[in-house]
Ligand binder design. Structure first.
Ligand SMILES: [Zn+2]
Length: 82
């Protein structure tokens, strides 16, 4: 299990939301210094990122997946306008 310090350090490594450009908001709770099921997610209203599952900060694949989830054509590209 991660400590809260470790969970916060991982949360700081998360890249900005690929949809709104804001950092995901961490949810780190637990007794003492233990982080129980630490997670993070975009909390921007109506953002696509906010509709995606939370990032589990103690699951490296989740963190890696978030950090590599960038829009294929860069931020601001709107495929529906083609
Ligand atoms: Zn977002």
């Amino acid at each position: 299990m991660l400590t809260k310090e470790q969970a916060h350090a991982i949360a700081q490594q998360l890249k900005e939301c690929p949809f709104c450009g804001l950092k995901p908001t961490p949810r780190i709770h637990g007794a003492g210094d233990k982080a129980v099921n630490p997670s993070a997610r975009c909390v921007t209203p109506d953002c696509m990122g906010a509709k995606m599952p939370s990032i589990n900060l103690d699951v490296p694949n989740d963190v890696h997946g978030w950090n590599t989830r960038t829009p294929p054509n860069g931020a601001g590209h709107r495929p529906e306008s083609q």
